[in-house]
Design a protein around this ligand. Structure first.
Ligand code: NAD
Length: 505
């Protein structure tokens, strides 16, 4: 056993006695009203970690009442500077707990520690960033109409925000929503994914420690069909920010229609990476392998479809195979691991079923390997689907694992059509040294976010979101204000303008 292996084992033993997870409502940690729980499973060993309180309709109602009261009361009346001081305090407390949070997230999700460490520091940045954005960029406009009117806009918080999050980057995605929701003055009910509850629970402890007034932040764990659906349907919850699968998003929109809920939808993806023959092929190779195999391939913006120019295909594929052979598949708590186990056996079985389908559809499936000692975990080795084409289901559907479909193209026009030939439109990556072509192709791709000669590097100030079946609306930067605030316009008469005098004799 190497030193890193031993260190990973020590970390796991230290985590093994993590406490059961309760709900956090109105400033208190509670069991579900029904007293029901579900098991939380470790993806590396498939052993039970702990019990999680399974919230339902009554718990959501309790949380909604607490959040509504806090919105109408202390939080709603608080000065912005005081509110933002709480937001900064949450960021500082997250930083103090980084060493604890990252292993906890890896233990719960199977994501490699090198990834969770970065995500946890992004989480505190999310809070600081939104505190800064609200104080500097949450501004209205003023419209002068000669000397008759001054019309101006202001942003007001909406009320109780329901936030529903997935398991693939739990802590980072939760904070990505909580930070703007709180900073803009809303109160929050978070419904984390049932397969990854640990860091959400830790966040509740941190926010409790920050001393926010009771009811401002609440966490109701539970299944999507019960806790999630009740949150969507609750009449005192004004908005739902959802990140998850496209089919779940459309189900949620149907369920929220009667209450005319406001939605932000961050959904699935099947993003293309296009490599032209003039690209810096070594850097493109680095970006391509990282973009699909980091995060265990469970990344919404993963470049899961490679289109490689036919003149450079042979060499590029040979190098891709070499990378796949050498990716370090290992224990998520080991600092050197690049790919860990997938979140749950249900998910890894689903990913494996796509590999069978790929063979049936005519792909040549090329895989790395998983060391024998990890046979208890939900591992899928890094995989290439060679000889794929756009008509296949494995190219059209989101697999959400370490699986790259590899295709070739001849010219620009053809590759744009291929890249756009799926129902998703989240992200895209273009590699070429011809900068005019880089812009041209990027702008022709129907997706929310494009990167030229870069892997997925986020700039928090820019809009985040997808088009087509990948989402509705944009979060990130000041774009989040459109969703998390109500814009109001106030029209002020500066003089005695003419008012029609109906009925005057
Ligand atoms: P999922 O849709 O299964 O679940 C997401 C959340 O929705 C969970 O908390 C779940 O409990 C809840 N939920 C399920 N059914 C519900 C219902 N009827 N009502 C209310 N809530 C319900 O998604 P997942 O498997 O957890 O996450 C993976 C998916 O998330 C992938 O498709 C991935 O692309 C997507 N994702 C998108 C982005 C983005 O920004 N576009 C980011 C990360 C992940």
């Amino acid at each position: 056993m190497s030193d890193l292996h031993i260190a990973a084992d020590v970390k796991r033993k230290a985590l093994a006695n993590v406490q059961d997870v309760q709900l956090y409502i109105n400033g208190q940690f509670l069991n579900a009203e029904s007293n029901q729980t579900f098991d939380n499973i470790n993806p590396f060993t498939n052993e039970k970690i702990n019990n999680v309180a399974s919230g339902g309709k009554e718990d959501i109602h309790k949380a909604a009442m607490a959040a509504k009261k806090a919105f109408k009361g202390e939080w709603g009346k608080m000065k912005q500077s005081e509110r933002l001081a709480y937001v900064y305090k949450i960021a500082d407390l997250i930083d103090e707990h980084v060493e604890e949070l990252a292993p906890l997230e890896s233990y719960d999700t199977g994501l490699p520690l090198s990834i969770t460490k970065k995500m946890v520091s992004r989480a505190s940045q999310n809070f600081r960033f939104y505190a800064e954005m609200v104080s500097s960029r949450m501004v209205g406009d003023a419209y002068q109409v000669d000397n008759e009117f001054l019309n101006y806009t202001i942003h007001k918080p909406v009320g109780v925000a329901g936030l529903i999050t997935p398991w693939n980057a739990p802590f980072m995605l939760e904070t990505w929503k909580i930070a703007p929701a709180l900073a803009t003055g809303n109160t929050v009910i978070l419904k984390p994914a049932e397969w990854s509850p640990l860091t959400a629970n830790k966040l509740a402890e941190i926010i409790d420690q920050a001393g926010l007034p009771d009811g401002v932040f609440n966490v109701v764990h539970g299944y999507g069909e019960t806790a999630g659906a009740s949150l969507v349907a609750h009449e005192d919850v004004q908005l739902i920010s959802f990140t998850g699968e496209t089919t779940t998003g459309s189900e949620i929109m149907k369920n929220g229609a009667d209450a005319l809920k406001r939605f932000s939808m961050e959904l699935g993806g099947k993003s293309p990476i296009i490599v032209f023959d003039d690209a810096d092929l070594d850097r493109a190779l680095d970006a391509c392998t990282w973009g699909i195999f980091s995060f265990n391939g469970e990344r919404c913006t993963a470049n899961s479809r490679l289109y490689i120019h036919e003149d450079v295909t042979e060499d590029f594929i040979a190098k891709l195979k070499e990378r796949v052979d050498h990716i370090t598949v290992g224990d998520p708590l080991d600092e050197s691991t690049q790919v860990g186990p997938l979140i749950h056996t249900k998910h890894s079985e689903n990913v494996k079923s796509y590999l069978e389908l790929a063979k049936e559809e005519g792909c040549d499936v090329y895989q790395g390997s998983v060391p024998e000692e990890y046979s208890r975990g939900n591992y899928v080795p890094p995989t290439l689907l060679l000889n794929a084409d756009n008509s296949m289901r494995v190219v059209q559907e989101e697999i959400f694992g370490p699986v790259l479909a590899v295709m070739t193209f001849r010219d620009e026009e053809e590759v744009i059509e291929l890249a756009n030939g799926v129902r998703y439109g989240l992200a895209g990556y273009v590699w070429t040294k011809d900068i005019q072509r880089g812009h041209r192709v990027s702008q022709a791709i129907d997706a929310g976010m494009l990167w030229i000669n870069s892997q997925n590097v986020r700039d928090l100030r820019t809009p985040f979101g997808g088009s087509k079946h990948s989402g509705i609306g944009r979060e990130g930067g000041y774009y989040a204000f459109e969703f998390y605030t109500e814009m109001q316009v106030v029209h002020v008469a500066l003089g005695d303008h003419r008012i029609p005098q109906f009925g005057k004799k």
